[in-house]
Design a protein around this ligand. Sequence first.
Ligand SMILES: C[S@@+](CC[C@H](N)C(=O)[O-])C[C@H]1O[C@@H](n2cnc3c(N)ncnc32)[C@H](O)[C@@H]1O
Length: 281
Amino acid sequence: MANTNKKYELSPFVKWAGGKKQLLEKLMHYAPDSFERYYEPFIGGGAFLFELQPEKAIINDVNEQLLNIYKCLKTDADALIAEIRKLDSVDCDKERYYNLRDVFNDKISNRSLDIECAALMIWINKHCFNGLYRVNSKGLFNVPYNNKKAGKSMNEDNLRNIGKYLAENDIEITQGDFESACKSAKAGDFVYFDSPYIPESETASFTDYTKDGFTYEDHERLAVLFSELDSRGVKVMLSNNNVPLVYELYDGYVINPVDAKRSINSDASNRFGKEVIITNY
Ligand SMILES: C[S@@+](CC[C@H](N)C(=O)[O-])C[C@H]1O[C@@H](n2cnc3c(N)ncnc32)[C@H](O)[C@@H]1O
C-alpha cells in the first residue's frame, strides 16, 4: 500500500480513454509502500499520478499535444486558464466546433506546441463526442461534435493546483515511446505501466490511441521491458485486461485480478475480475 504525500485534491483535466479514476483504490493498494523516483510512461489523463503525488517523477506519453498541456500547466497555469476562459466565453455550435478543430489540426500539422494548442485540446475534449482522442492516418484529430453549446471546459482550481504540484516537485515531462522513458530507472524506483489494453475478446480490435496504434508486438516489447526492469531491481506495476495473453506474457509475476466495483478482499478470490494489476514485488 503506497504512502501518499497528497497535498492537493487533483483530478484529470481531460477525459481520457482508459482513465484510471475507477481503479485508484486498487492501484494504491498494490503500489509499493516506498520508492525513490516514480515513472509513468503512459501518463494519459494522469489519474494515478494525481492520487499518488510523488515528489520525484518522470511522466511520459507518445501524444505530444497531451504532454504540451502538462508542460503549460507546470510553467504557467494561470496563462492557460486565461486562454481556456476566452474559448469558453463564446457559446459553441457546429460551425465553431469544426472551425476550432481545424485550428487545432493546424497546430498538430505545424507541431506548434504552445499555450493556444493546450487550451484548444482541453476545450475540444469537452466538446467532442465522448471526450475521445482519435486521429486519422495523417495524425489529424477527427472526432465529431457532441452538440454541447455552453459550459466550462475546466475546473480552474484543479488546473491551478495541478500546475502547483508539477512546479513544486521534481517532475520531468518527456514525450516518446515507453521504452526510452524508462532508460534511467534504477533499483528502488517505481514504474507503473498503463498501456492501451489488450482487447477483451479476440474479435475486438486493438484501440488506436494515436496514428501508430498499439500492436501485439508492442505488448510483447512491454513484457520484455517489464522483466528487464525487474532484473534491475526496479519495482514494477502494470494494469491490463484480464485475458489469457496477459498470463502468457507475465508468467511468473504476481497477477491480481481486480474489479473496479468490488472490494480488495473479494477480488482475491475472484480469478475472473475484469482487469488485472501485475506486480514484481
Ligand atoms: C490507457 S491510456 C493511459 C491512461 C491513464 N492511465 C489515465 O489514467 O488516463 C494509454 C496511453 O498510452 C499512450 N501511448 C500509446 N502508445 C504509446 C507508446 N508506444 N509509448 C508511450 N505512450 C503510448 C496513449 O497516448 C495513451 O495516453
